[in-house]
Design a protein around this ligand. Structure first.
Ligand code: TYM
Length: 344
């Protein structure tokens, strides 16, 4: 693969990220992504979209899809994204994503995509039955990012490989079309204790929308009683909490619950351990439940309030789509010219 010094790009710093409207949003999405979006909008020009074109790589009921897009938008707003500051839009409302993705399909190499672990996980044992879209999905993700020349991409840890591919595509495009500083090589922002939240039922599996057990995750729309119940039922071990992070190794469930507490409270896991060292889960879990309800309760309530007025959400999305189309147009025009398309 090609490599190139990131310093070559000298355009403005921009944030871009997105979430798929393919199921209920959970604590992992919130801590790994949404909370970071709200923070970054104050630091840089920010584009946050709802990845509906990614969602249809697996079957989505057409009667539900638009409403799922509204629900993700409600989650963005309830987590503190301000549509006056950040551009919030549905991916499918900006056709340039698909156009750039096609060009990138011709830049990316089969060998690069063959290495993508998420495709292997999602396609399972029967990869010949997976959609072609699921296979080229990371190429569309690169187009999402580079269409806006984003330099910073806040995502959970599971997206890191897709970001590396994005950098490879950017570097190869810049090289092949002799435009060394055209696309930036974006950075994945995956720092912080919320970047890898694990299942409440199995500390070695990622908390995920697609886990068949609803007890494995805290959903943003769960009522407070249910949040508390899921934490009570969360898998743990019989040992008390240790004093240091090192002693947590080999205890994935304990490590995860401490990490969740830390991320919700804006502290480090080490600080949380210092507070609870020597205590058992009988004492720790009620404290965690209290904190989770305090932090997630208002988000869920605000999502419900916003979803009661879909017309207002649609206004936010329509305005964002217009701004996104304007921002995308010059990159696509210049890309077409570099590729040598007729009339470009
Ligand atoms: P998606 O919809 O699966 O997840 C949305 C965001 O939530 C993060 N996340 C987690 N973070 C911590 N712990 C977890 N257990 C956890 N589960 C999910 C994800 O890392 C992600 O940041 N491919 C992306 C959507 C996308 C995108 C993009 C993102 C499409 N184009 C361009 C950034 C830039 C996805 O499927 O996310």
């Amino acid at each position: 693969m090609t490599d190139q010094a990131p310093a070559a790009y000298s355009g403005p710093q921009r944030v871009l990220s997105g979430v798929q409207p393919s199921g209920a949003l959970h604590l992992g999405n919130y801590l790994g992504a949404l909370v970071k979006f709200a923070r970054l909008q104050h630091e840089m020009d920010t584009f946050i979209f709802v990845a509906d074109m990614h969602a249809i790589t697996v079957w989505q009921d057409p009667k539900l899809l638009a409403n799922q897009v509204r629900e993700i938008t409600a989650a963005y707003l309830a987590s503190g994204l301000d549509p006056e500051k950040a551009t919030i839009f549905p991916q499918s409302a900006v056709p340039a994503h698909a156009e750039l993705a096609w060009i990138f399909n011709c830049v990316a190499r089969l060998g690069w995509l063959d290495r993508m672990t998420q495709f292997k996980e999602k396609s399972g044992k029967h990869k010949e039955r997976a959609s072609v879209g699921l296979y080229t999905y990371p190429v569309l993700q690169a187009a999402d990012i580079l269409l806006y020349k984003a330099t910073h991409v806040p995502v959970g840890d599971d997206q890191r490989q897709h970001l590396e591919l994005t950098r490879d595509i950017a570097a190869k495009f810049n090289h092949d079309f002799e435009a060394p500083a055209f696309f930036p090589l974006p950075d994945a922002l995956t720092q912080g204790p919320g970047s890898r939240i694990m299942s409440l039922r199995d500390g070695t599996a990622k908390m995920s929308k697609s886990d068949p057990s609803d007890n494995s995750r805290l959903n943003l729309l769960d009522e407070p009683d249910l949040v508390a119940q899921k934490i009570r039922k969360a898998k743990t071990d019989p040992e008390p909490l240790p004093e240091t992070l090192d002693e947590l190794k080999g205890r994935p469930e304990a490590e995860n619950l401490i990490g969740i507490y830390a991320a919700l409270d804006g502290r480090s896991s080490a600080e949380v351990l210092a507070e609870f060292a020597g205590q058992g889960f009988g004492a720790f879990k009620p404290k965690l439940a209290e904190l989770a309800v305090e932090k997630l309760g208002p988000v869920g309530a605000e999502m419900r309030r916003l979803m009661a007025d879909p017309a207002e959400i649609d206004r936010v999305l329509a305005k964002g789509a217009e701004r996104a189309r304007e921002a995308a147009a010059p990159t696509l025009a210049e890309t077409r010219r570099l590729v040598g398309f007729w009339g470009a």
